[in-house]
Design a protein around this ligand. Sequence first.
Ligand code: MC0
Length: 152
Amino acid sequence: MSNAPDRAVPFSGLTRLDHVGIACRDLDAAVEFYRSTYGFEVEHEEVNEEQGVREAMLRINGTDDGGATYLQLLEPTRPDSPVGKFLERNGEGVHHIAFGTGDVAASAAEVGGRGVRVLDAAPRRGTAGSQIVFLHPKDCGGVLTELVQSTR
Ligand code: MC0
């Protein structure tokens, strides 16, 4: 079977898995688990008050398009944030996946044009100065999905 894109489907501009976001209650403990169990190191850490998270990016590998793939560990800064509510309902675990693109506004418009609800009217600031939009999990098979234009 060929992996070539089906050109009957308009190109979304998505080129890689940028990261998997994991909700945790204690960021330092989660970082230590991934470091001591797998040897993954933190490349970047920050607080994003708009999103209500303290987060750490652990680089897993580089990719052909010059980007990279990460685990993103997310600790809520307040209980009424998306990650805070997720933890309350589900406990710790996978919170979202994020696909990388060179043009997040164009990719969001493409995907939105196919009937998927885009949760952000304009891209917001994500990790390390990236531009991000979220897609509604109910339109994505139950998976909260982020599109990210990374600066890395
Ligand atoms: C909620 N739902 C999820 C979900 N969060 N389903 C799958 N994965 C998730 N992470 C489901 C709930 O179970 C519920 O289903 C329904 O969606 C409504 O959830 P809710 O929490 O009661 O309602 P809302 O509408 O207030 O919030 C859900 C929504 C929100 C996805 C719209 O969390 C949101 O806007 N998220 C995007 C922003 C975000 O997550 N930021 C944190 C990461 P039922 O069946 O019970 O109705 S920030 C980040 O990651 C940045 C730093 C970065 O990457 O750089």
